[in-house]
Design a protein. Sequence first.
Length: 145
Amino acid sequence: MAPDRGHVMQASLAAAAFSGAPSTLHALITQRSVRSAAVYVYDATRAVGTLAPPGRPGFGRGAVIHLAISMLCGEALARALPRDHPAAWGAAAGFAIGVINVGLIGRSFPAISQLPLVPQLADNVMFGTVFAVVLDRRDRQPANR
């Protein structure tokens, strides 16, 4: 049975919201300042803005592009992930997405390539894990009648 579109959207939004936690925590630990971590989050979001024309960093553009990428990845994961062991499959899929999005595509964009790679990959693992767990929980809930 195919996942409900509303459930996929909810899982994608939850995953997008929490996916930056690993790199934010990394910035907080390494920079030892909440302000520095907040600047990192701002700069990372601006960097995503370079993926769309005209290729300039922008916080609003970066947030919209991040959400669009998250929704596309959520749709792909909803169709491809096996239903058993959602957290493990989600984490593995998130890592694969990270290797492609950050490790291959993103490295050709200077603003993205300046971000630390491992925390960015961890963000993608978080995305896949959260997405799969939320979707699994939503799909297991009885339908409201």
